[in-house]
Design a protein around this ligand. Structure first.
Ligand SMILES: *Cc1c(COP(=O)(O)O)cnc(C)c1O
Length: 217
């Protein structure tokens, strides 16, 4: 079941699009089923849950933190996290840098951009993004690599609106990419909107329920 859904989705993704299997709330055996089918990148939105899964599951899994992240939780995942998608403040970036430095590593991060109409979705606006990337304080952080942007569209049936929001994020991405060669990843698209996201230039989709089924909270 999970295997079939995973492979069906994978077969529709263009080669330049990376799939993050969003496994939040799901038990280890569900992740293992996806793992057996070849999936190696998993996305979680709670640090404690991700740490437990990292401890129990195969060590070649790449763990992506996709949720809103509190600074006091960074230390628990700094050792193993592969990519942090939702970095939405300079203070959070400083904390990630500090923890990475203690471990003698660098952590790849995506800056989250606010593109939705809802004010509940976190993220920087374009001006805040540019200010951050140009600041001396940012240039001094040697243990974080900002490798791209992440965004979430409004939760709506209005495809025109979703497309407009993804287009907006892609235009911001293109603008900073010309000045920063390390910017490569555009993380946008979930189960309900990933096809539109790919048409609008996504390079990484975060898909949960279409692979693992509906979540029970
Ligand atoms: C839960 C979640 C997803 C996956 O959502 P689905 O609709 O189940 O595909 C993607 N991105 C983020 C940030 C999430 O929290």
């Amino acid at each position: 079941m999970i295997k079939d859904q995973l492979l069906t989705i994978k077969s529709t993704l263009p080669d330049h699009v990376t799939l993050v299997a969003v496994s939040k709330t799901k038990p280890d055996e569900d992740l293992l089923e996806a793992y057996e089918a070849g999936q190696r990148i998993f996305g979680e939105n709670k640090v404690q849950e991700m740490v437990g899964k990292w401890e129990r599951l195969p060590k070649d899994i790449k763990w992506h933190m996709i949720g809103h992240l509190q600074r006091n939780k960074v230390k628990y995942m700094a050792e193993f996290v592969d990519l942090v998608h939702g970095v939405d403040s300079f203070r959070l970036l400083v904390e990630i840098n500090k923890r990475a430095e203690q471990l003698n590593r660098s952590i790849d991060c995506l800056l989250q951009i606010h593109i939705a109409e809802e004010d509940t979705k976190f993220g920087l606006n374009e001006e805040e993004l540019n200010t951050l990337l140009k600041s001396d304080e940012y240039q001094q952080l040697k243990h974080v690599n900002v490798v791209g942007l992440m965004g979430m569209a409004t939760f709506t049936d209005d495809e025109t609106q979703i497309r407009r929001e993804f287009k907006h994020l892609k235009s911001i991405f293109d603008a900073i990419q010309t000045e920063n060669e390390q910017i490569k990843i555009l993380s946008m698209g979930m189960s309900g909107d990933y096809k539109i996201a790919i048409e609008e230039g996504s390079t990484m989709v975060r898909i949960g329920s279409s692979i693992f089924g509906k979540r029970n909270y």
